[in-house]
Write a protein that binds this ligand. Structure first.
Ligand code: LLP
Length: 420
């Protein structure tokens, strides 16, 4: 028996770790998110093992998918956590992460969030500006404590990602510029209640070239050396997240190549542990969104026919195609005979951008057929919304021969429960 990990075709049916997805859709309804625990473990372990003996910590970026069961699974594997809000800090604690395993990132942290992070004693607050350092310092001073801070430096590097998810450019709102970082380092005495424990950088998300990683590493090395010259000793360096995945089957660097590039770039400071904050690379390929065809229509143009397949899932369940024009493979759950036809797969909402994929070669799907939208484990459910009063989908985790509903489908009653 081959080891079945993730999503693959078996006997003409698409399956997750050997369990036919059609059976899951029939049992739990659609739209439905399905995750492979085996693939989640494999993706985490590949990153972890790639570091070899190099001291490191993998702070899973909860923003990609903070389902409690997934966070817990990663915690049990030995991951630490990257939280982007007080809500994610609470989820991390509930999932079993200790406060000292959590880094707290975010471009606009509120006073209440900072107070909570300082009181908890998180591993570091990744600070975004001199103003934020001053606010953290005041809160820590008032609490009679010392806050652990990593300064987020914006290295002005083009990571070649979609403009909506680039973060490391001078024009992006994130972090402080290198010049400003040096001004901050020159005046650390202004913030007596802070310890600068690390430098933090994150050049972008869905990075599919190792070249920007090497350049960011070089900037990190220079920055750390500058700090050392001032007598500031750091505990670790945080290179952020960003490793991309292949949405369309093209070749992209995997965990081993990515980690090797990081380790190589940071070799001059190899006494400092490396922290990374991956989200997508761990959870993206481990999830699929299942949907059912609710309508099919053919529009006749002068020179061609346009075939629309309307699903019961779209931008409210998976926003990436509408927001970034992102590509996700769409596959029929059961093979259907007939020639492949060019198909525009669209969501049900009243927005023209609610398109899941255009001009896809698909079998002649009929109403009632089901499809999987692949690689939806990251930034899928996490960015879903209740627009049009659409309840959030259920989520199922396949773990060996056990299938667990890790989040029940939301109901309209759930939504109304909050309202007067
Ligand atoms: N650390 C920081 C500081 C970040 O801003 C991010 C992502 C991560 C780590 C995790 O990045 P990852 O390893 O997942 O690439 N919604 C977009 C992605 C936005 C990413 C924002 N920051 C998408 O669906 O493509």
């Amino acid at each position: 028996m081959p080891v079945l990990t993730g999503f693959s075709h078996e006997n003409h049916r698409l399956a997750c770790d050997g369990i036919p997805l059609d059976d899951l859709a029939a049992a739990h309804g659609t739209p439905l998110y399905v995750y492979s625990a085996a693939l989640l473990r494999a993706r985490y372990t590949a990153l972890d093992e790639a570091f070899g003996a190099r001291p490191h910590a993998i702070h899973y970026a909860l923003k990609a998918n903070s389902a409690l069961a997934i966070a817990r699974l990663l915690c049990e594997l030995g991951a630490a956590a990257d939280a982007n809000s007080a809500g994610e800090i609470d989820v991390a604690l509930r999932a079993g992460f200790a406060a000292g395993q959590i880094v707290f990132t975010g471009v606009g942290k509120t006073r209440a969030e900072l107070e909570r992070a300082i009181a908890l004693g998180v591993r570091a607050i990744n600070a975004e500006s001199a103003g934020e350092l001053t606010r953290i310092d005041a809160i820590a001073g008032a609490a009679g404590s010392r806050a652990r801070v990593a300064l987020r430096v914006n290295p002005d590097i083009d990571a070649g990602t979609h403009p909506h998810i680039s973060t490391g450019l001078h024009v992006n709102k994130f972090g402080v510029s290198l010049d400003e970082a040096h001004e901050i380092f020159a005046s650390l005495a202004r913030w007596p209640h802070l310890s600068i424990v690390a430098i933090h950088m994150h050049v972008g998300s869905q990075v599919t070239s190792l070249e920007p990683i090497g350049r960011a590493g070089a900037v990190m090395v220079d920055t750390v050396r500058g700090l050392r010259a001032r007598g500031v000793a750091l505990e670790y360096v945080d290179m952020g997240g960003g490793l991309g995945i292949s949405y369309d089957g093209a070749c992209v660097p995997g965990p081993a190549a990515y980690v090797a590039a990081l380790v190589e770039a940071l070799r001059p400071i190899d006494d400092l542990p490396i922290v990374i904050e991956p989200g997508r690379a761990i959870v993206g390929p481990a999830g699929a969104l299942l949907a059912t065809v609710v309508d099919v229509k053919v529009r006749r143009h002068a020179d061609r026919e346009q075939r629309f397949v309307v699903l019961d899932a779209g931008m409210t369940e998976l926003m990436r195609p509408a927001l970034y024009g992102a590509f996700h493979r769409i596959e029929a759950l059961e093979e259907r005979s007939g020639e492949l036809v060019s198909t525009d797969v669209v969501g049900p909402s009243c927005e023209s951008t609610d398109v899941v994929g255009t001009e896809r070669s698909l079998p002649p799907l009929q109403v009632g057929d089901r499809v999987a939208i692949r690689d939806a484990g990251a930034y899928g459910f996490a960015m879903a919304s209740n627009y049009l009063r659409r309840p959030l989908p259920a989520e199922v985790l396949v773990d060996g021969d056990r299938t667990r509903v890790i989040r029940r489908r939301q109901t309209v009653e759930d939504l109304l429960a909050l309202e007067a």
